[in-house]
Design a protein around this ligand. Structure first.
Ligand code: ZN
Length: 173
């Protein structure tokens, strides 16, 4: 199966609010896209990948944050909705659309999220820590928000300077 091309900031699709997935969109094409996204995410060494990151302006993402025993936990979130948040966490974050850039981002510690799975069935999850961070990061992508927007002004300026440097050296396309 061919891997999908991951688009890099500042590709406009990353800064555009994704269209909700409608009832007609469910089916084998969507299932195949989801499979391709998982493969692309694993190949790139990520734990989450949203549709806009592969050039699709739609509201869905895949994620696999392994549990404490390192067991895979493949989840697909279609039309994700953050129901409730609690607490706070601060930690380093990366993004496959920002290759080589890691920056401290403050996020909620716990989220309750509602979404549809690839079969169109609704589910709700209560997640903490890295999984919560990932859900918030990927739901942001669905809304055209990138992690740069979640940094403090100082960190954002530092990050933008680093991106410019990487672009000049051809390490960012
Ligand atoms: Zn990202």
């Amino acid at each position: 199966m061919p891997l999908l091309r991951i688009v890099h900031y500042p590709e406009p699709v990353l800064l555009t609010v994704g269209k909700p997935v409608s009832g007609d969109d469910f089916g084998s094409d969507l299932a195949r896209t989801v499979d391709d996204m998982f493969e692309t995410m694993y190949a790139a060494g990520g734990v989450g990948l949203a549709a806009p990151q592969v050039g699709l302006s739609q509201r869905f993402f895949v994620m696999d944050v392994p549990d404490e025993e390192g067991k895979a936990d493949k989840l697909t979130f279609i039309n994700p909705e953050i129901i409730r948040v609690e607490g706070e966490q601060t930690g380093d974050e990366g993004c496959l659309s920002f290759p080589g850039l890691y920056q401290t981002v403050r996020r909620d510690m716990r989220v309750i999220v509602k979404a549809l799975d690839v079969a169109g069935k609704e589910f709700e999850l209560d997640l903490e820590g890295l999984a919560a961070r990932c859900v918030l990061h990927e739901t942001d992508h669905c809304d055209g928000i990138v992690f740069l927007d979640r940094m403090t002004i100082l960190k954002r300026e530092m990050a933008k300077r680093k991106i410019k440097r990487l672009q000049k050296t051809g390490k960012w396309e």
